[in-house]
Ligand binder design. Structure first.
Ligand code: NAD
Ligand code: DAU
Length: 352
């Protein structure tokens, strides 16, 4: 029996990773550590609550003594680290939170894992989940490769880049066993409706304006979240210690084209007149320092580990829209903040 710590397992991507591991590996105990910030939601993993190889722990990755007590309690064999502040716009408003959680939180986990594994790293692995945004911004041509020089340009990507550097420094200095992946934009069920796709689905349903930043010509490379979780599984089990793997969907869309595709699909699914969702498009002031284009070259993971995306984008987008339409209650809860009040009450006693 292996015991694996997954951080951020109640968030968007983490919940899909936890589900895949709990269901696929009955001989692993999966411990989901999450602080349940606005982005973390136990509803995202409610289907796993009664599985006997799954445990939830509420806590903060920056709390050194708590993390030490968790490692003592479970004696982890591996860590898959996803917990982070993840939204670029929030990082522009409040950069220090990102420095604290993404840099200090990662440093805390590294330090405690190193102490706990007591320099006998045989069979242990610290998997750090990162983003393509650390590579900066591309022009209209070219791709991000694993050896592309880092050039982060938002407080979010700078904090992720700093955490990647710390992870590599632990590997170089102490021989600490790590692996890193840098993935492109994810979409799918359970994404918090502050990110482009769920925000716009929600606004179209409610017939609210769709705030397109700048001219809508920025390009993102979209990957279905379950395919990211599958890639994490493959890298965790077959990846080479010390290596970095890029993950991406070969699926670049200009924001405005993607938005029009969402509008068309939603008009049809909601039985509304063709063109009605597009009327909600509203061009607003651009995001400060808005990166122009991200595009991943995922040849390494495809060739070395045999992973490739399973879903075509229009199909994945359709499935995603269907999920949000079928889960209006989830959307209502997370946007109203009701679930936050619920957790505050639920954990009153535990938190003292
Ligand atoms: P998310 O914001 O949906 O979830 C983050 C989770 O981390 C939440 O459950 C939150 O409660 C938890 N968390 C935040 N601060 C914490 C703390 N101090 N202690 C413990 N838990 C804490 O994020 P996501 O989109 O699922 O991203 C997960 C990871 O993947 C992040 O590291 C992100 O940088 C990376 N990533 C995201 C994308 C994407 O498109 N969303 C792409 C590539 C990489
Ligand atoms: O590339 C991976 C990254 O993708 C992850 O590391 C981040 O955690 C994740 O949030 C995402 O970052 P982006 O900034 O690319 O995602 P977001 O959904 O915020 O925005 C996608 C694009 O849409 C971007 O060009 C900004 C634009 N946008 C976004 C919002 C929220 C709008 O035009 N209007 C909006 O209201």
């Amino acid at each position: 029996m292996k015991t694996i710590l997954v951080t951020g397992g109640s968030g968007f991507i983490g919940s899909h990773v936890v589900r895949l591991f709990v269901n696929k590996y009955s001989d692993y105990k999966i411990v989901n550590l999450d602080a349940l910030t606005y982005a973390g939601n136990l509803e995202n993993v409610s289907d796993l609550e009664n599985q006997n190889n799954y445990v939830f722990e509420k806590g903060d990755i920056t709390d050194l003594e708590f993390i030490r007590s968790l490692f003592t309690k479970y004696n982890f064999d591996g860590v898959i680290h996803l917990a982070a502040e993840s939204h670029v716009d929030r990082s522009i408003k409040d950069p220090l939170v990102f420095a604290r959680v993404n840099v200090m939180g990662t440093g805390t986990l590294l330090q405690v894992a190193k102490e706990s594994w007591k320099e006998n790293f045989e069979g242990k692995l610290f998997y750090h989940v990162s983003t393509d945004e650390v590579y900066g911004s591309l022009g209209d041509e070219g791709f991000f490769y694993e050896d592309t020089a880092y050039d982060p340009r938002s407080p979010y990507s700078a904090s992720k880049a700093a955490s990647d550097h710390l992870v590599r420094a632990f590997n170089h200095t102490y021989g600490f066993p790590i692996v890193i992946s840098n993935c492109s934009n994810n979409y799918g069920p359970n994404q918090f409706p502050e990110k482009l796709i769920p925000l716009f689905i929600n606004n179209i349903v409610l017939e609210k304006p769709l705030p397109v930043y700048g001219k809508g010509v920025n390009v993102r490379d979209w990957l279905y979240v379950v395919d990211h979780a599958r890639a994490i599984d493959v890298i965790f089990h077959k990846g080479k210690v010390g290596e970095t793997y890029n993950i991406g969907g070969h699926n670049e869309w200009r924001n405005i084209d993607l938005i029009k595709e969402m509008c068309a699909q939603l008009d049809e699914k909601l039985n509304r007149e063709k063109g009605s969702a597009e009327k909600l498009i509203t061009y607003v002031t651009d995001r400060a320092g808005h990166d122009h284009r991200y595009a991943i070259d995922a040849t390494k993971i495809e060739k070395d580990l045999g992973w490739k995306p399973s879903l075509q984008f229009k199909e994945g987008l359709g499935k995603t829209i269907d999920w949000y339409l079928a889960n209006k209650e989830w959307l209502k809860n997370v946007t109203s903040g009701e679930y936050q009040n619920y957790y505050a009450k639920m954990y009153e006693k535990v938190d003292g």
